[in-house]
Every structure is written in C-alpha cells, then in structure tokens.
Ligand binder design. Structure first.
Ligand SMILES: Nc1nc2c(ncn2[C@@H]2O[C@H](COP(=O)(O)OP(=O)(O)OP(=O)(O)O)[C@@H](O)[C@H]2O)c(=O)[nH]1
Ligand SMILES: [Mg+2]
Ligand SMILES: [Zn+2]
Length: 364
C-alpha cells in the first residue's frame, strides 16, 4: 500500500526528483511519515535550498539533465528556451536549438534587470535579434527579467496567440528557467512552486505545471553547454562567477603591452594597437577585471581557487566597437581603436568576438 502510494504521487514539486525515503541526503528524499501525507510536497534538499540557501547534495548530472530534456521535446508543442543575457553565447544550448527544429522556439532572454539603465529595451532587443541572425538561430526573442516579472506578461500573450498547449521551458543551467516558470504561473493557485537557487544544477527532472491560459508548462533541468568557465570550477568557486549582479564595467587605457586580468580565471594583453585604444572589462558576478602587469601574468592566473586549470593563450583581433566574450566569465569591450590582443584562458573555455552589447552612451 505504502509502496503503491509512493509510485503514484510522487515527484518533488520543486525539483522534479522522484520522491523516496530510501537514502537521506539524496534529491527527492523525505522521511516516511511526511512522504505518506497527501498532496504535493517538496523534498528535503529543496527545503534546505529554500530555507537555508544550502545545497550539500550538488548539481544534477549533466547526462541526466540532457536525457530529461531530450525526452521531453517530442511531448512539447513549443519550446521556451531561456538564455542568460549576461552570458549570451555561453548560455546558448546548441543541442537544444538543433533538437527543437520544426517547433516554435521562443528565446526568453533573461536577467534584463542586470543591464545598465542606459541600455533601452529596444536597443537590447535589436542587439539580441541581430545576434540570433548572425548565429543562425531561428528564435523569436522575448526580453525578460523573470525575477522582476519584466516582459513576462508579453511572453504569456505571445504563447497564447500561438495557441499551443504544451510548453517546455529549457536551456542551460542557471539561466533562470525555474524562476521564469514561477513568474509565468504568477498568481495561480499552485501550492508549491519550482525551486530556485544560485547553484547551477538545481532542477533534477522535468516538472509539469498547469497554466490557465497557455496550458501545460514543463520546467526542466539545466543543460551544460561546453566551454563555460563557471562549469569547470567547484560549486563554491563557480558561484562567484555566476551572473547575479548589475553588469559593471571597468575602463582602462589599453595601449600595446598593457594587461587586464580576472584573478585565477583569464587575462588579456594588448599586442598591437593604437595608444588611443580603451578596454572596458565587464562582469556581472563577484569577480572583476583589474589592471595587471603583463610580465607577471602567471602569478595572476595561478591564483585560481581549488581547481588546477590548464591555461593556454591565443591571439585575437578585436575591432573598435566589438567585444571579446569569455564564456561563463565576462567580456572585454574595445573602444576607439582596434586591438590585437593575446587572451590567456583555461584550455577548454570558449570565447566569442561580437559587436558590443553596451553601446557608446555608457563607458565611453
Ligand atoms: N538578476 C536576476 N537574477 C535572476 C533572474 N532570473 C533568475 N535569476 C537568478 O538566477 C539564479 C538561477 O535561477 P534558477 O531559476 O534556479 O535557474 P535555473 O535555470 O532553473 O537553474 P537550474 O535548475 O540549476 O538549471 C538564481 O540565483 C536566480 O535568483 C532575473 O531575471 N534577474
Ligand atoms: Mg531550475
Ligand atoms: Zn526537490
């Protein structure tokens, strides 16, 4: 009887893990007397994340997340792909984009609240649309701040107009999928909402929610796109790199031989370029770009935390008005004159050169 009830109920409404009373300290665990109660419930891990901000159990395995998302795609009539505006290229999941072909793909470009005020919604949307065109991503853009509720009503209206009734909310880990699901549900009468945390890998499996206007929405575990620096560190070090603060720029003159670094993570050295060149180092996390001594970069880079990263360097040309983005870390925008620079980064970390997100009005 008890076993039958268990298989009937039970999935954690916060993270999607199957509920059990077998192994304390694993996702989905609840003591038997609580698990036996009726109604939706959240597991002990979700409870600890929500009330103490702690996740001792660590992230969902990348393969498990990927399998859960790929399994849900045939079910979905439309995909809401959540992308982190602060780590745009780094948080694009190409596996998801490829697997979504043939279905409406809405890119909910999230964390708009972290952009400086000088950038208007229109500018940001135009920039995102152009990036999707350049990258060949056939997505409709919805600029949102799931945490602040910005753009969420427009997203609901758009989904409703399309008329589909099964929506999969998917994307890279920590982009704000669960926060968006909660914002979509808004003032509905759901008893438990999706668990949100600053640690990547919170959601364990797909979880269904009923939305009055757009039908069934599924939250899903975060995919891990290759090449993000934050995914190569321990959970504690990674948390320092995860975009959670207003995007901040540090402006430095960037003539030949000058250098900037984020301690333990990456550095850039100007190899060729005019004395007029200026670099703006952007991050939206607990780390910042600092001026560095080009001759002493090794010391800067080796001060990484617990993990031993394998650094290498690569030459990169960055035009004026463009920026070098280091996936899962931040960017360096070049102003006034083009620069040929040398980028020092951990070997598997990817980078992109793109037109700048923040135009001429800020950080001139
Ligand atoms: N500033 C800001 N932070 C946000 C926004 N949306 C989500 N976050 C934060 O981003 C972090 C991750 O949010 P989640 O909703 O748990 O992200 P997720 O994509 O469900 O993450 P996983 O389940 O781990 O894949 C949390 O610290 C959120 O508070 C937003 O619109 N603005
Ligand atoms: Mg989640
Ligand atoms: Zn849970």
């Amino acid at each position: 009887m008890e076993g039958a009830e268990r298989t009937m109920i039970k999935q954690c409404q916060g993270c999607g893990a199957p509920m059990h009373s077998d192994t304390p300290g694993t996702p989905g665990y609840l003591p038997p007397h609580i698990l036996a109660k009726d109604g939706p419930a959240i597991c002990q891990r979700c409870y600890r994340i929500r009330h103490y901000g702690q996740d001792e159990q660590g992230p969902v395995a990348a393969e498990q997340a990927s399998t859960a998302v790929l399994d849900a795609i045939p079910w979905a009539e439309g995909i809401i792909m959540v992308v982190d505006l602060m780590d745009f290229e780094g948080s694009l999941s190409w596996d998801l984009i490829r697997s979504s072909v043939g279905k409406p793909l809405i890119a909910a470009v999230n964390k708009r609240d972290l952009l400086p005020k000088q950038v208007s919604d229109l500018e940001a949307v135009q920039w995102v649309r152009q990036r999707f065109r350049d990258l060949g991503v056939p997505a409709t853009t919805a600029l949102v701040s799931a945490a602040a509720g910005h753009g969420v009503a427009d997203l609901v209206n758009y989904c409703e107009r399309l008329g589909h009734k099964r929506w999969l909310v998917a994307g890279a880990s920590n982009t704000g999928k669960s926060t968006l699901v909660n914002a979509l549900l808004g003032e509905t009468d759901q008893i438990q909402n999706a668990t949100v945390s600053r640690f990547p890998g919170t959601t364990q499996n797909t979880v269904s929610w009923q939305h009055k206007r757009i039908g069934e929405c599924k939250d899903s575990p975060g995919l891990v796109p290759p090449g993000r620096l934050c995914d190569m560190l321990s959970q504690v070090d990674a948390a320092k790199l995860i975009p959670a603060k207003a995007l901040k720029g540090k402006v430095y003159p960037f003539p030949k031989d000058s250098a900037m670094a984020v301690k333990g993570c990456a550095a850039v050295v100007a190899m060729e370029g005019s004395t007029d060149a200026v670099a703006v180092g952007f991050t939206a996390s607990d780390v910042t770009w600092e001026r560095a001594n080009a001759a002493k970069l090794d010391a800067w880079l080796e001060s990484s935390g617990s993990e031993a990263l394998d650094f290498h360097s690569v030459a990169v040309n960055v035009g004026a008005g463009h920026e070098l983005v280091i996936h899962g870390l931040g960017s360096v925008a070049i102003r006034r004159a083009a620069v040929k620079l040398r980028l020092h980064k951990p070997r598997n970390v990817k980078f992109t050169v793109r037109p700048h997100l923040i135009g001429g009005k800020a950080y001139r």
